[in-house]
Ligand binder design. Sequence first.
Ligand SMILES: *Cc1c(COP(=O)(O)O)cnc(C)c1O
Length: 409
Amino acid sequence: MEPAGHGPEVVAAGVDHPAAIARLVGARAAREREGLLRRLRTFERADGGHVVLGGRRLLNFSGNDYLGLAGHPAVVAALREAAIEHGAGATAAHLVCGHRRPHAALEALLAEWTGRESALLFSTGWMANLGVLQALLGAGDLCVQDRLNHASLLDGARLAGCALRRYRHGDADAAARQLAQPGEGGVAVLATDGVFSMDGDVAPLPALARVAADAGATLMVDDAHGLGVLGPDGAGSVAAAGLDAGAVPVLMATLGKALGTAGAFVAGSRDLVEGLVQAARTFVYTTAMPPALAAATAAAVGIARREHWRREHLAGLVAHFRAGAQRLGLPLAASETPIQPLLVGAAGRASALAAALETRGVLAVAIRPPTVPVGGARLRITLSAAHARADVDRLLAALAQVLEDGTAG
Ligand SMILES: *Cc1c(COP(=O)(O)O)cnc(C)c1O
């Protein structure tokens, strides 16, 4: 079977590749013809506020460094100091000899912050989602997911080999109907992003918790974009909704967004975590994250919890941006989070807008299908506590200019 959209007639010009690579080359060429080629660019620097690209300093409205911690001196100093003590890498998987004091300390800190008994580190959010779903679910089980969930949750359910049903975005009643349809008698997990990564809206978590409880399903929330940003002390969207470990037994979040480092964790009951240590293959069979990274993350968690001004400043920037965008008549999404997508529609128009902004010193990368649905291309504008109000004013002025110039048409 050929993957959709590129047949065997597409061959790379002049180069004799083996069939699997030839097909990949053909798929890439098809993307290029459709104007959907993804381009890898090398940046000289990036933090929450700015990037340097090709020697030019641009305002960065495309990162996920929501609290401005990626380049924070205390976080970088913690990384440096721990690297001197623990080296650059963990040398082995957690269960061999890779689990070190900074890992254990970070797990305890994350459990306490999120109000769970226990937490387990993973090397990336992608691996956490694959590992958890594959550990909890198998053939004969059911995973019900929001249509706009992150790709790693969808792939986790596929890897688990369970049935996967996807409900209309944000529709808890639709989730309930899918959970009520007879399965094969196995267990069910209802999985959702806490804050949707491309739209910025928050899942209806209390309603989903009721639906899961009524159906006897386990609710899992991926809070990659909520942790650090929402809730009391930045404990995330689940804490903001007032849901404890009883309502949300499986809480996953990443460390590479608001905390500015890299990695992820799953928090829940001690029994959940001890079960994952046995069964989550992406935990068992992979090198532990560098201990120095765990130490840096612990420093970031401390700042995120303590420095409320970062969240307050960020909320002020979000309000400032939305008010300005409204005055310009821009098509804003229903989002109160630092993810403020500007819906454009056609992929070509989104790319043209992004390019025009870049010539004006603003990085706002176009997100196109298949990352978002066809016709849903957008500029995924993100705000950071590292921005000043004047930066948001520059963004708004640049947007007004490029729209007036018709550069985007
Ligand atoms: C970024 C992201 C992930 C993946 O996390 P990584 O640590 O970058 O692999 C998972 N879920 C959501 C919702 C994300 O936004």
